[in-house]
Design a protein around this ligand. Structure first.
Ligand SMILES: Cc1cc2nc3c(=O)[nH]c(=O)nc-3n(C[C@H](O)[C@H](O)[C@H](O)COP(=O)(O)O)c2cc1C
Length: 185
């Protein structure tokens, strides 16, 4: 079957190294449209998408994430990140952070939006990795200042992020296990 959406779904994989090349304005506009086109429960749309292309801000978020992991006391995890280059967010040219107002379906809505972004990125010739890791820097009292610096209103919490850019490595998609499908015909 020739189908561009299916191609994007089936060829997407998590990429953890990016070229230092910025996205074009056209790519950024398309990604913003994809984020805003995401469906939300009861069409609530109480989401904020923070598009960060500023290298200094990406570096600050990366450092804050690493610091929080260090301070969490999970030494093995911290050392594994250091061994892999010490960049838990992979220094991409674009990070999108998704915040949402508290609500029963807020995490589901954010998951849908982040996959919209991942697939839109793939269809634009870009790659991505979904990032839960920024939570370490954005949650709790320590993260409040950084969150406020993004202009996020109170009542909105960090849900999920995504790194997007041109890949500087290869990774095959994960294996699909057909036994996870339960068919009731
Ligand atoms: C909710 C969620 C959070 C994730 N957070 C991270 C993360 O913080 N860092 C990371 O390197 N990968 C993260 N990933 C990527 C997963 O590890 C990856 O999707 C999984 O290993 C399957 O690989 P694939 O995406 O290449 O198919 C996350 C994925 C999801 C869905």
């Amino acid at each position: 079957m020739q189908n561009q959406v299916m191609d994007a779904i089936l060829t997407r994989s998590s990429i953890r190294a990016y070229k230092d090349s910025p996205l074009t304005a056209e790519q950024l506009d398309a990604l913003k449209a994809a984020a805003l086109a995401s469906p939300t429960a009861m069409n609530r749309r109480q989401q904020r998408f923070v598009f960060i292309t500023n290298k200094a801000v990406i570096a600050k978020l990366e450092t804050a994430t690493l610091e929080s992991i260090k301070n969490s006391g999970n030494t093995a995890f911290y050392e594994r990140i250091l061994e892999r280059g010490g960049q838990p967010l992979y220094a991409p040219p674009l990070i999108v952070l998704i915040f949402a107002a508290d609500g029963r379906f807020a995490p589901v809505d954010a998951g849908i939006a982040v996959e919209n972004l991942a697939l839109a990125a793939k269809s634009l010739g870009l790659d991505s990795v979904i990032l839960g890791m920024p939570a370490a820097a954005l949650e709790g009292d320590d993260g409040a200042e950084l969150v406020a610096s993004f202009g996020i209103e109170s009542g909105y919490s960090f849900m999920i992020g995504i790194a997007i850019g041109s890949r500087d490595t290869e990774k095959a998609p994960h294996e699909s296990d057909p036994s996870h499908i339960i068919e009731i015909a």
